[in-house]
Structures are given as structure tokens and as C-alpha cells.
Design a protein around this ligand. Sequence first.
Ligand code: NOJ
Length: 749
Amino acid sequence: MKRHTILLILSLVHLSLTLSAQKKPVQPKSADAIDIKVKTLLAKMTLDEKIGQLNQYTSDRLATGPLTPNSSKFNEIKTGKVGSMLNVKGAKETRMVQELAMQSRLKIPLLFGLDVIHGYRVTFPVPLAEAASWDLGMIETSARIAGKEAASAGIHWTFAPMVDIARDPRWGRVMEGAGEDPYLGSLIAGARVKGFQGKGLGSLDAIMACAKHFAAYGAAIGGRDYNTTDMSDRTLWEVYLPPFKAALDAGAATFMNGFNDLNGVPATGNSYLQRDILKGKWAFKGFVVSDWGSIGEMVNHGFATDNKQAGMLAINAGSDMDMESHSYIVNLAQLVKEEKVSVVTINEAVKRILRKKFEMGLFDDPYRFSNEEREKNTLNSPENRGAARDIAKHSIVLLKNDNQLLPLSKTIKIIAVIGPLAKSNIDMMGFWSVKWDNDHLVSPYEGIENKVGKTTKLLYAQGCDVTDTSKANFSQAVATAMQADVVVLAVGEHFDMTGEAKSKANIHLPGVQEDLIKAIKATGKPIVVLTMSGRPMIFNWTADHADAILQTWWLGSEAGNAIADVLFGDYNPSGKLPISFPRSEGQIPVYYNYKNTGRPSTNDYGTGYKSGYTDLQNSPRYAFGYGLSYTQFELSDLKLNKISIKPNENIKVTCTLKNTGKYAGEEVVQLYLRDEVGSVTRPVKELKGFEKVYLKAGESKAVTFVINKEKLSFYNQKMNWTTEPGTFDVMIGNSSDHIILNSKFELVQ
Ligand code: NOJ
């Protein structure tokens, strides 16, 4: 290349870099520079303006909780009485509402928050389903795309990820988290935060994450939403707090507290959680938003006499922003006058919020996220839908595959697609998704239709609706099945049967759906059952008698296509359950990392004075970590590079994974540890590592795990995070209930 050509290229590159730098109005700012700006602004603010920053209202149209009538919201924005709005969406609307804030004396921009839980315009699988992929990269990508789409539509802030550990599938919000395990849950929490926040606050495609619900909300007694939680400090620290810490370490900009009362103190008014742990020990620099009305609800808890006292308790306990309790805006000024809340406390909360507004670049340009052109170009792109399909197929869990019925051949002559969800579009989106007019959600039937060739005939019968008690249409479904070579049955829950305030005492497959499966099975035709839900359901008869079962959750926009990819073997399923599927509601809570007890069962029952039930196994129907593949994998050659280590040393564990079947596929190799004897009893096993490995048929690969001090530590009797000398069991398997390789090592002082 000639010299002048090189120079020309260099100058063009320089020009384009200069132009793109000019296009970006916001330059990265140092923490100190922001501190100065925050302080300068704070000094100009009246007490009322400060309190305004702590106030968040919902838009009436998209309310996601009980609305408090207030016709003067927009006026209040103009007078600086509102710091944030939730449930305003779209570049146009957010711009309009931001314009109101720009009429206020100090022109402090609003923050727009929304529940972007599993996708914004393109709907991704519900979070519990995504967790079943055990694929952190994909989970991060899903949040990244949701973040980009939401940011292009004027949203600054998502109320996600929900990182509550859930051991009770009756709890409706189990669908919104990553399941029962603190280790997997922590990694997923980190991945989601990174995804939403991308390259960091201030990037035009990054939104603030919000780790919620701090803390222990997922331990609602009896699985009843909003219910009391009561647990030891040990359980809190070992099981419920780790994903929050992981979210914080990943840089979560905000936290949301919870509706629950924890050990007698509502989370919203809980100083131990918010001040001592979050802002104290963990040195969190972001801000805490209350949950919807949770400040006012402390009156119902019997913790505050009225909304005013509730406000005092909440702000003093470290709850910075009031979502929809209308408590701070009404009462804080008076509380300051009465010296029940100090100006220092208010300043501290305001500073935290202003800091985020500066970091987001909103003082440079309050409308920078509200650009209709960008919104149009970003939303619902084929790439985003492609990513949704990709993660959807990775989220599917193969629960059963007798006689290798799956994958189906694409040249089968006649397939009957039967069941209440076979042609459902709306249910594919799952709970907590953003609603769109004329949205295209792919049903299982449509996905199968897209997949098979012209020589395959598809038949359809609904059989019954999800909650039907009538079997009137069974005969038609049976007649349809009789004509087919294979039957695909799509059963489960409607999208609004698991989610906030959707707790259930009965989590069996609803209505007469299992009877429909029985009737179809009686035809003698091979049946593949698609179980679709946001929670573990109970379907024992189906588990015993169906030929194949795929847990397909609620998979989002591309559900049907992803299901068809798996049914016909274009993708070999690799999902693993992130939560146990019980045999009966009577077993709940049932989770893999339980304690051994003094009388552990030897036959899975409680007979012979052992711990368990006399009328039911202890084990769940499907265990945490379980999931099959179309191919077979073999694990062998477990090696530890040492048999004894000191606390500051690592131990390397290796094994070999071989694909011995005939399809390429992925396996999640899972490492569990058990500390055999401790000054505090330890669980029978704890997940401490996993790797998802792709292997072609016949291929093998060495898998290595490094066990370090962190993985061997626990809270001792004094609640110090430490290790103790002793023997550790090393267990490697493909499910928590299927350990294939075992070894031991000693930890010496
Ligand atoms: C109540 C829910 O508990 C919370 O998770 C959500 O972010 C808010 N409502 C706002 O919709």
C-alpha cells in the first residue's frame, strides 16, 4: 500500500473517531467530579426539592400494583416533587414526561423505571427457564438485549434481576428468579446485572439494574406471596444473601427492598439489612428503592402506626426512594421539623439518587435515551429474535425420553398436536413481560408447522382448556390422536398462573389436563408431552407413563420455533433444572442441599425411625441439576492433584467427559462438595462448580475445577466466614442426584 493511501486511511479513521466522539454528548466522569456536582446541586436545593427526589410515582396506565388516586402527578413533576416515574415507556412518552421535569426550578431529570424482567420488546424465556440453561454467557446476552431495547425506548432503570432464592414452588414469583441454589443463583445474578448495565452507566445502551427483593422475600412462609419470613442468621447469610452480594459485586446500581417481614422487622424498615449489611459491611454506593407501597404497608404489618411513622422508619433504616407509598412526599418535611428524621439522612439519600442521574448522563441531556428513531431501529430486530430463540432452546429440559422417541424425524407422515397450549401464543410470553399490540409470539403448533416439510400432515385438537373440569372434548382429541404417527401434547399453566401474587396451594398440572394425557396415551400412540409453566409442576402419572417429556417453561417470543428445534433434533437439549420438581406439595420445601440429620433415611422413606415420610419418598420427582440429552455422556478419570491442602492452597480436580452417543451435544458437568464434619453441620452437598461442555459424537474433553478457600468456607458458630480442618467429599455428576465420580481430600491447618 502506498504511503499516501495509508495516510488517507489514517486520517479517515481519525475523522470518523472524532465524529463519533462528537456524537457522544457524555464523557466518562470520575467519581470525584460527580461528587462535586452532586454537592453543588444539593447546596442549591430546598428541603422540599430534596424530598421530591426521594419520591417515585407510577403512571396510571401501566400500573403494576394497587393504584393510589392522584390526579396532580404531572403538576408535582413540574414543581420538583418527583424524582422518578415507573411504568412510563417509549421514547415519545418518556420525552413528554421528562419535559415536565424540565419545567421545574432546578430542572433535575427524572429516572424512568420499568420491570424489564425477561426482555423488553422481544420477550425472552422467563428467568427461571433461562436459569435452566446454566449458560451464563447467554443469560448475560439476554439481559444485554433487554437493556439495549429498553434504553432505546427511554427507560433508564429496570427492576431486575430478582435474585431471591426460592425453595418453594408454590410461591408465584419462583418464575422470576434463578431457582433454589445460592451458587448458581449468584453467578446468574452477576451475569444479569452485567447484561443490563453493559459497558457501564452512561453508555447509551445501558440501564441501571436493581437487585431485588432485599432480602429473603423468596422464603415466604407457606409459599404465600408477601408472607412473613423467619430464619436464622445463618440461613440468611448462607442461602439468601449470596446472590445479592454477587449482584453488588457485579456493580448493581440499585437495590429494592421487599414486602416481607424478616424475623419481625419488615425489610423496608430493616436497618440491619439496609444500613448494617448493604450500605455498611458491603459499602453499597447506589440507592435503595422501596417496593410498591411497602413503606405504607408497614402499618398493616403492625410495625408503624401510620404512613407518617412508616416513612420515618423506612428512611432511617436506609430506604432511599419511596415507590408509591406517598409517604415521603407527604410526611418527610414534617418529620424533619419534628427532628424525627435528620437533614443529614435526607441528604445522604438524595446524594445517592443524584449520583446515579449524573452517572447516567441525564444532566448533560435529559432526553438522551428518548430518541424515537433509535427506538425504531433497535426494537424487535431479527437478531434480537434470533437470540431469544437461541436461549429459549438452551432453556428446555429433557425430563424423559423412553426408547429414544426424540428427536422426531422431520418426515413423519402425521403428527397430532394436542392440548390447551398447543395453539396458544399469549401464554408463551410468561408473566412479567412487557405487553405489545399485535405481538408475534410463536405457538408450539406454529413452530412445528414451520419446521416440518410438506409431506408431513399436522392435525390439531385442543382436548380441554388449561383449567377445564370438563372432559367433553376428549373424544375428539382421542380421535385425532388415533390418526397420527406421534402425538405432541402441550399442557401446563396459563401465563398468569405463576408470578407476583400468583401463589398456589395446588401445583399439579391444572384442571383435567393429566386425564387428557391418560386418554391420549390409551390410544397406544407414542406421546411427547411439553410441560409449560413458570414453576415446577407436579405430574407424576405423566412422568411415569409418557414416552418423552420436555419442560418448556414459558419461552417468550420464539417459543414455538425453539420447541420445534428441540423436538426435531436441530438442537440437542442441554437444560438442567435450577430447582427441584416435587412429587407432592407435602414435600415442600424440597431442595438438594439439605442437612443429613441424626437419622438420615436409607431407603428414601422415613420408616424405621428415620427422617422422612412414611407415605412418600424424600427425594423430589426431578432433582436440582437434572436434565437429559439425546446423546449419552460418560464421566471418568477423576483426579485430584493433592490429597491434602492448607487453607491458602488450591486443589485441582479433573475428570474426563466423553460423548458416547450418536449426536453432538452439551453436558453440564457439576461439582459438589461436602464438608464431612464441622463445628456447624453442613449440607449433604453443595454445588461449587460446573462447566457446560459441547462435544461432538465420540469426542472427549478434560474438565478442570479449582477448589479454593472460598469454596470450602462457611459461617462458624460465631458467624465468621472461615474454613475448618477436616475431610471434604468431592462429587462429580450430571445432576445433584446422580453423582458418578467420588473422591476425598483433607484440609489441614
Ligand atoms: C412490586 C414487585 O414486588 C416489584 O418486584 C416490582 O418491581 C414493583 N411492583 C414495580 O412493578
